[in-house]
Design a protein around this ligand. Structure first.
Ligand code: PXG
Length: 447
C-alpha cells in the first residue's frame, strides 16, 4: 500500500473506456471537487466543463446532498427492495414523477444508465406480451446511438467500436435507423438543424420491412451526447412519435444525459415538446453523487403489466440496490436543489449566451462544425491525416494543462458544464479552447 499523498500502484485497476497504457504513463488524478472546480492531485484547479461525465448538474460537493446521504447511511444503510420498502424510495419516485412529462408517472429504479436501458427494453417486451402481442420482440435503435454498455444497450446502440468485439452475442432482433448527422447541410447550425426530418421516414421503411407486428420499441437519445453532440433536426422526433404511435410501437427516449436541466427543462421531452412512452434516466438524477438510474413509464404501460398480471410478482426484474436508501436520499436532496435554485430555468436562460460563445469558435483553427442545444456544445475539428481523434486528444490534454476539463469523442470536443456555471466562466471556457486550438495549429506549423 502507498502512503497518503504518494501515487498508488496504478496497475491493478483496469480502467473503463480508457487508454489504460497511455493513462498510466501520464496519469491525471483528481483529488477534490467543489462547485465548478476539481482540484487535481498536484493541487491545480480545473474548471469542470463537462459536469464530470454529464452528471454533476448542480455543481460539486453540495452540502445538502452530502449531508443527506451521511444522515441516511447512519440511519438506514440498506433496505431490501424486494417485497420490502422504505419511505424515501417512494418519496424519490414521486419527486421524479413530478418532473416527467404528463402521464409518465411510474418509476422503476436501477443503478446506472445501462441498467435503465436494459430495464426499458424489458418493460417494452413485457408490455406487448401482457397485451397478447408477444411476437413484438424487435427493437429499432440508431447508428451513432449510445445506450450504455450492457448487452441490450450495445445491441440497440450504434457505436461500432463498442459492438465489434461482442458482435456474436448481441440481441438477435435489432435494426437501426440512420444517424442524423448531416454536416454538409447543417454545419454551424444554432440549436436544432433544419435539414433531416426525412431521416425519420426511414422508420417507415424498417417498419414495412419487418412488419409492425414484430416491433416492440424504438429507442433514441433525443440529443445524442456521447457520439459528438448530434442535435435532432426540426420535426424529426415528432415524426418518430407519429410513426411509432400509428403502429403500436413504444417510443423510448434515452435521457440519461438530457434529463435534469441539460436542455433547459426537466427533460428533453419537455424542452422539445415530444412525449415518448418510456424515459431512461441516470446521471443528473443524483447529481452523480450516488450511482443510480431510473425508468419513467407511461401509466398505461405500467398498468398493462402490473394490473393485468395474476396475483404475485408482476414483473420479474430488479436489482439488489433498486431504490437504495443512499440513492433515494441523494435524489431527494438533488431535486430539491434543482427546484430551489431554479437550475433548469437557469440553464434555459444561459443557453443563448452559451450558444453565442460556442459559435465564436467558428473561425478558430481546424474547426469544421459547431453544434449546440441547451447547455451543450460540440466543436468538431478536422481530423489529422491518418490519425482520427488525435487532434482532439491533443486539445483535451492542453485544455487540462490550462485548467479546463473538456470531453472528447473522436474529433469532437464536447462542453456541458454544471448548470451553476457563471457567464464569465462560459466566456473563459471558450476563450481557453480558442487559445488551445491556436497553439495546436502553431505547433503543427513548426518544423
Ligand atoms: N444512455 C446514454 C444516453 C448515455 O449517455 C448511458 C446510457 C449509460 O449510462 P451508465 O450510467 O451505465 O454509464 C449513457 C452514458 C461521454 C460519456 O463522455 C457518456 C456516458 C458515459 C460516459 C461518458 O460521452 N453516457
Amino acid at each position: 500500500m502507498s502512503a497518503p499523498g504518494e501515487l498508488p500502484d496504478l496497475s491493478p485497476l483496469w480502467m473503463p473506456f480508457t487508454a489504460n497504457r497511455a493513462f498510466k504513463t501520464r496519469p491525471r488524478l483528481l483529488a477534490r471537487a467543489s462547485g465548478m472546480h476539481y482540484t487535481a492531485a498536484d493541487g491545480t484547479q480545473v474548471l469542470d466543463g463537462t459536469s464530470g461525465l454529464w452528471c454533476v448538474n448542480a455543481g460539486h460537493c453540495r452540502t445538502e446532498i452530502t449531508e443527506a446521504i451521511a444522515r441516511q447511511a447512519a440511519e438506514l444503510d440498506y433496505a431490501p427492495g424486494f417485497q420490502l420498502g422504505h419511505p424515501d424510495a417512494f418519496r424519490a419516485a414521486a419527486a421524479i414523477a413530478e418532473l416527467m412529462p404528463e402521464g409518465l408517472d411510474r418509476i422503476f429504479f436501477t443503478n446506472s444508465g445501462s441498467e435503465s436501458v436494459d430495464t426499458a427494453l424489458k418493460i417494452a417486451l413485457a408490455y406487448h406480451r401482457a397485451r397478447g402481442e408477444g411476437q413484438r420482440t424487435r427493437f429499432i435503435g440508431r447508428e451513432r446511438g449510445y445506450h450504455g454498455a450492457g448487452f441490450g444497450g450495445i445491441s440497440v446502440g450504434g457505436i461500432v467500436s463498442n459492438r465489434k468485439a461482442f458482435s456474436g452475442a448481441l440481441l438477435p432482433a435489432v435494426d437501426h435507423l440512420p444517424h442524423t448527422h448531416l454536416p454538409r447541410d447543417n454545419a454551424f447550425s444554432r440549436g436544432q438543424p433544419v435539414v433531416g426530418t426525412h431521416l425519420a421516414d426511414e422508420l417507415e421503411r424498417l417498419v414495412a420491412l419487418h412488419d409492425p407486428s414484430t416491433i416492440a420499441a424504438v429507442i433514441v437519445e433525443p440529443m445524442a451526447g456521447s457520439t459528438g453532440v448530434l442535435v435532432p433536426p426540426v420535426g424529426y422526433l415528432e415524426r418518430l412519435r407519429e410513426i411509432t404511435s400509428r403502429h403500436g410501437i413504444l417510443l423510448i427516449f434515452d435521457e440519461v444525459i438530457t434529463a435534469f436541466g441539460r436542455l433547459g427543462a426537466a427533460t428533453a421531452s419537455g424542452a422539445l415538446g415530444v412525449t415518448p412512452d418510456l424515459i431512461t434516466l441516470a446521471k443528473g438524477i443524483s447529481n452523480g453523487v450516488v450511482p443510480v438510474g431510473a425508468v419513467a413509464a407511461r401509466r398505461q404501460v405500467h398498468d398493462a403489466i402490473v394490473e393485468g398480471a395474476p396475483a404475485g410478482i408482476e414483473f420479474f426484474h430488479g436489482y439488489t440496490y433498486s431504490g437504495h436508501p443512499l440513492a433515494s436520499a441523494a435524489i431527494l436532496a438533488t431535486l430539491d436543489i434543482y427546484r430551489r435554485e431554479s437550475l433548469f430555468e437557469r440553464a434555459r436562460s444561459l443557453a443563448p449566451l452559451f450558444e453565442e460563445a460556442a459559435h465564436s469558435l467558428r473561425d478558430a483553427p481546424q474547426v469544421v462544425d459547431v453544434r449546440n442545444l441547451g447547455l451543450v456544445a460540440g466543436i468538431e475539428l478536422a481530423p489529422r491525416d491518418g490519425a482520427p481523434g488525435a487532434r482532439a486528444a491533443d486539445a483535451f490534454q492542453r485544455c487540462f494543462d490550462r485548467g479546463l476539463l473538456v470531453r472528447v469523442t473522436g474529433d469532437v470536443i464536447a462542453l456541458s458544464p454544471p448548470l451553476i456555471v457563471e457567464p464569465d466562466q462560459i466566456a473563459w471556457m471558450f476563450e481557453t479552447l480558442r487559445r488551445v486550438l491556436q497553439e495546436i495549429d502553431a505547433a503543427a506549423g513548426r518544423p
